[in-house]
Design a protein around this ligand. Structure first.
Ligand SMILES: [Zn+2]
Length: 451
């Protein structure tokens, strides 16, 4: 998952934030006001608005984007014949392969050159995608959404905060935004005491970053009896939040853990609310579908599917029915916060976050990780590795006290849960490297998974 948040926090968010906000203030203010004023719209109002946006985007793409003009021609249609959501959902998906191959033809021809800002995502997904975003405007709009998500948790953009993300510098303080930025790459025994000292001096009001890195830091704090004045919230993005991480963080910091989800491609943005841990998808940001393994729309509560999204703010480089490669669980709940936003119960992670059994059955990683975590308290870190169907290798960095008993527990629990469809072998390591973006990877899945 390449997060828009990650991009945001990898920018110089100190002076950059202030300048962008001033320069693109009207974009920022307009977006903020619109989202704030529309957040309690009825289902009908949302539907109507999204339909208008979709039609406007399709017309724009047909008129000004060579790739889509060609695609419509090949399908023998024009936007005029798309009269319903059903019609829209017959349009072909935009895959990462297509974006990679046709990035030139996906640029809109009616934007001035200076508006194009090239960006890229990739690495962990295996696809290096290059595409364009609308210079300045995207950032101003994004700030508006970020402010709204912070406010839901009782926080403000100018609150003192600690960000833990993949950075080259081990730490950095940004006085303008009162933010201490700590790098998830550098959380070593040598640096962690320094991190705590800096956190104590700052007395932050919230933490934001990858859940794995925040959990690692909190575990270290706990071992060192480090106490912090009351925090308002923890914001997690960039990776799945596992239940055990949420439980531990909420108990340790005595505040709520909020989840956020988005991409640099800017087709979908979602966050938890004041009342629930479900992801509330901003309906004014994009149109989101969930597609099952047979290419059908997921409509049942609790079912999983791949997130396919169409961004309303992507005119400069339109993403229409874009297959994100991320898996989520559908929810038909009505949240008591009163917003009629579409909901995901959870984000399950990437398509690759599944184990493949001997019979080619896909098993979500989430449950398996919890099972392993519960089996032994003497593992410093662990990671699953699979390159062969039905065979799992568990990498472990041992802590003092790791004995045969731990091995027996892990094997027994694994066998009970996953039966005879998998075999397990254990391998002991001294270190487990982070991804190129400084994230912790719980599974290295070498088998390509076609969801
Ligand atoms: Zn809600």
């Amino acid at each position: 998952m390449q997060k828009l948040w990650e991009c945001f926090f990898n920018e110089d968010t100190g002076l950059g934030t202030v300048l962008t906000t001033l320069f693109y203030k009207s974009s920022f203010q307009k977006t903020y006001n619109f989202v704030k004023n529309s957040q309690y719209w009825t289902h009908e109002q949302i539907k109507k608005y999204q339909w208008q946006q979709l039609i406007a985007l399709l017309n724009h793409a047909y008129e000004h984007v060579p790739y889509y003009k060609k695609l419509f021609k090949m399908q023998g249609i024009t936007p005029n014949v798309i009269k319903s959501l059903y019609d829209f959902q017959q349009l072909p998906f935009l895959t990462k392969e297509i974006v990679q191959e046709h990035s030139r033809e996906l640029k809109a021809t009616n934007y001035p050159k200076y508006k194009f800002e090239e960006t890229s995502t990739g690495g962990s997904t295996g696809y290096l995608l290059r595409f364009d975003i609308e210079k300045g405007t995207w950032f101003a709009k994004h700030l508006a959404y970020m402010k709204i998500l912070l406010e839901r948790a009782g926080c403000d953009v100018m609150d003192k905060s600690v960000q833990i993300i993949g950075r080259e510098k081990p730490w950095e303080f940004r006085p303008l935004s009162r933010t201490l930025v700590l790098s998830s790459y550098h959380m070593t025994d040598k640096n962690l005491p320094i991190y705590l000292k800096k956190i104590r001096t700052l007395q932050p009001q919230y933490f934001i970053g990858y859940p794995s890195a925040i959990t690692m830091l909190a575990t270290y704090m706990k071992h060192n009896s480090f106490e912090l004045k009351e925090l308002k919230a923890i914001f997690c993005f960039g990776e799945n939040i596992y239940d055990w991480q949420r439980e531990f963080l909420e108990q340790f910091f005595q505040c709520r853990v909020h989840g956020q989800y988005g991409h640099r491609e800017q087709c979908i943005l979602a966050g938890t609310c004041e009342k629930s841990n479900s992801y509330h998808i901003f309906p004014d940001y994009g149109f989101v579908e969930l597609i099952d393994r047979n290419g059908q729309q997921v409509t049942k509560d609790g079912e999983i599917g791949e997130i396919v999204a169409t961004g309303f703010h992507t005119g400069i480089f339109p993403f229409i029915r874009y297959k994100t490669g991320d898996i989520a669980t559908y929810s038909t709940d009505c949240c008591e916060c009163g917003r009629n936003y579409p909901l995901f119960k959870s984000i399950e992670g990437r398509v690759q976050d599944f184990l493949v059994s001997k019979t080619k059955r896909l098993v979500p990683l989430m449950g398996v990780l919890q099972l392993i975590a519960k089996s032994s308290s003497h593992m410093k870190e662990y990671q699953l590795y699979q390159d062969c169907e039905g065979e799992i290798i568990l990498h472990i960095i041992k802590k003092a006290g790791f004995l045969d008993n731990d091995v027996r527990h892990i094997r027994e629990n694994f066998q009970t849960r996953l039966g005879h469809e998998f075999s397990l072998s254990l391998k002991y390591l001294d270190s487990i490297p982070l991804t190129s973006r400084g994230k912790y990877q719980f599974l290295i899945q070498k088998i390509p998974i076609h969801f």
